[in-house]
Design a protein around this ligand. Structure first.
Ligand code: SAM
Length: 237
């Protein structure tokens, strides 16, 4: 299994040390083990986990941004994607993982302990509430989110956490292009602009990915994010 991990990731120019490979293997085993008792992810085979979780998460690094020594928040991280693969690959970053489901946070704590990861912290709660808290608001160089909400909603959940000039990175499929069209109002209200958009194909599973990096251009007005549930009910479109 370790050899397969190494080959697949190396084919995309992610060359891992033995220690990083061991960490990915342990993470994959924990995912499969915990998946038997709770619904963490729909994926079960090692190959699916490598391509759709690990490699997909690492693809963020193909955006031409500076990641080293940054403070990163992963919103709606679920079983840790993309936040934990990024931390395994980039030792120098501090990663905060936020999710509204307690059982997922318990899983993340177990992974962090087993992998002996430093500078990774988990938080249980909703982005709408954490985004109002000064300890989190406008505190991050980089914020990431995958499969959490449509872009106009996601921007309201994520941009408040980003420092001025920092980036929010949305991991999307091809639907990201249409969602971007619907996001002009949200971007102008929340203080962001599109910085980079890149298309990728995850070879091996032939899935198209659209990665969009939004740069924070001005502070988000204090009325955003609105109360929990409102961004989803009344998106800023
Ligand atoms: N990002 C992970 C991935 O790509 O595998 C998980 C995706 S899962 C479909 C969506 C996750 O977002 C769930 O774990 C859910 O609990 C979390 N979530 C949804 N809305 C949220 C919110 N408003 N604040 C925090 N977490 C949220």
């Amino acid at each position: 299994m370790k050899v397969k991990f190494k080959e697949i990731l190396a084919a995309e120019n992610f060359n891992l040390t033995e220690d990083q490979l061991d960490k990915f293997v342990t993470y994959s085993n924990l995912l499969k083990e915990w998946n038997k008792k709770m619904n963490l992810t729909a994926l079960e085979t090692d190959e699916e986990i490598i391509y759709k979780h690990f490699l997909d998460s690492l693809f963020c690094l193909k955006l031409d941004l500076n990641w080293q020594e940054k403070k990163i928040l992963d919103v709606g991280t679920g079983a840790g994607f993309p936040g934990l693969p990024l931390k395994i690959y980039l030792d120098s970053v501090e990663v905060h993982l936020l999710d509204s489901l307690k059982k997922r946070v318990l899983f993340l704590e177990e992974v962090i302990k087993n992998l002996n990861l430093k500078n990774v912290f988990c938080f249980h709660g909703r982005a709408e509430d954490f985004g109002k808290n000064d300890a989190f608001r406008e505190q991050y160089d980089l914020v990431t989110a995958r499969a959490v909400a449509r872009l106009p909603v996601l921007l309201e959940l994520c941009l408040p956490f980003v420092k001025k000039d920092g980036f929010f990175i949305a991991l999307k499929g091809p639907e990201g292009i249409n969602e971007l069209e619907e996001s002009k109002e949200a971007l102008s209200l929340l203080g962001g602009k599109v910085h980079t958009l890149k298309h990728f194909i995850i070879q091996g599973i032939r899935q198209e990915r659209v990665l969009i990096a939004f740069q924070k251009t001005s502070p988000t007005p204090s009325k955003y994010p609105r109360k929990a549930g409102i961004p989803q009910k009344r998106p800023l479109t």
